[in-house]
Design a protein around this ligand. Structure first.
Ligand SMILES: NC(=O)c1ccc[n+]([C@@H]2O[C@H](COP(=O)([O-])OP(=O)(O)OC[C@H]3O[C@@H](n4cnc5c(N)ncnc54)[C@H](OP(=O)(O)O)[C@@H]3O)[C@@H](O)[C@H]2O)c1
Length: 281
């Protein structure tokens, strides 16, 4: 897999550290996916819930890059947590994208109404059946993660959760590290809310980078952290991948880490969000 994006090694996988998020896409989504791939992205992050899998498939075919050189992540919603529903959803994702497998299949949200062993068992079955090369979870708390690791017959590669400079994930990072797992950061630029931050802006000026690039660099410079920013403008798409030619020093990393005191959580849908871990600052 060749690209501008660095990869992270975990559980035998080489996962790109930066991926292209595809939630809330416009009708020209396929064009944006093709552009992202041509600009160097190798990971595309989608989900059954986003309704963007068709556009992802179309964008991949239009990109001119071979499918096997790409990393596709998709997710099964909490409404399909029962074994049969789960496997049907995963197969539907493959059909929607026109691919034979995904690189990473995630349980999108925990489903308290179905035993974890059943959902995680279905996830492992998807892997063993060749639907997914790697598997993981999303929006799991630390306690849920521990339980999932225990009951899942196959190793879990990642927990995809909200993470950016304004939201602490210290305990989650430590838990994932214990299991050799990657934290995949969604909303990595806090949906634009940290782009005017004075601390990040100052560092960006010194480094000759944009605030978005510094915010993303801060994430992927941490061990076992990947990020999946979404952007709808070609300029932002290109910019968000162009973060591997500079590094933040220790003082800059520590200074940005202090911003977590803001504790800004953007994604918290009451109908499916778990009781999030209270992070110490
Ligand atoms: N697992 C889950 O439950 C879950 C939940 C939420 C999201 N996600 C995944 O994470 C991805 C990203 O999350 P997100 O879209 O919510 O938040 P995000 O990536 O933090 O923010 C996207 C917003 O930031 C702006 N932006 C991005 N790069 C920029 C740049 N370089 N300069 C200025 N503005 C920039 C975009 O503007 P423009 O569009 O104008 O460029 C867009 O409005 C999603 O697409 C999805 O794949 C997963």
């Amino acid at each position: 897999m060749t690209s501008k994006a660095f990869t992270i090694s975990a559980h035998g996988a080489q996962m790109p550290a930066i991926g292209f998020g595809t939630m809330d896409f416009p009708s020209r989504g396929a064009e944006l996916v093709a552009h992202a791939i041509q600009s160097g992205y190798r990971l595309i992050d989608t989900a059954r819930k986003y309704g963007t899998e068709e556009q992802v498939g179309e964008g991949i075919r239009a990109s001119g890059i071979a499918r096997e050189d790409l990393w596709i992540t998709t997710k099964v919603t909490e409404l399909n947590a029962r074994e049969l529903d789960f496997l049907i959803s995963a197969e539907t994702s493959l059909k929607a994208m026109g691919v034979g497998y995904v690189d990473l299949l995630l349980v999108h949200w925990p489903q308290p109404g179905v035993p974890f062993a059943e959902t995680l068992g279905a996830l492992a079955r998807a892997k063993r059946g060749g639907i997914a090369r790697h598997i993981g979870v999303s929006n799991f708390t630390i306690a849920m993660l521990e339980q999932a690791v225990k009951v899942c017959p196959e190793p879990l590669l990642t927990n995809q959760v909200e993470y950016h400079a304004y939201l602490p994930q210290t305990a989650m990072l430590a838990a994932l590290k214990r299991h050799g797992m990657i934290l995949t950061a969604y909303c990595p630029v806090a949906r634009g809310q940290l782009l005017d931050d004075p601390v990040i802006t100052e560092i960006a000026k010194i480094r000759g980078k944009t605030t978005a690039q510094v915010a993303l660099r801060w994430l992927v410079q941490q061990p076992l952290v990947a990020a999946v920013p979404r952007a709808l403008s070609e300029a932002h798409i290109d910019q968000n991948l162009d973060i591997f030619d500079f590094a933040l020093d220790e003082a800059e990393m520590a200074l940005i880490a202090t911003l977590r005191a803001k504790q800004l959580r953007l994604v918290n849908p009451p109908e499916r969000a778990p009781a999030w871990d209270l992070e110490t600052l």
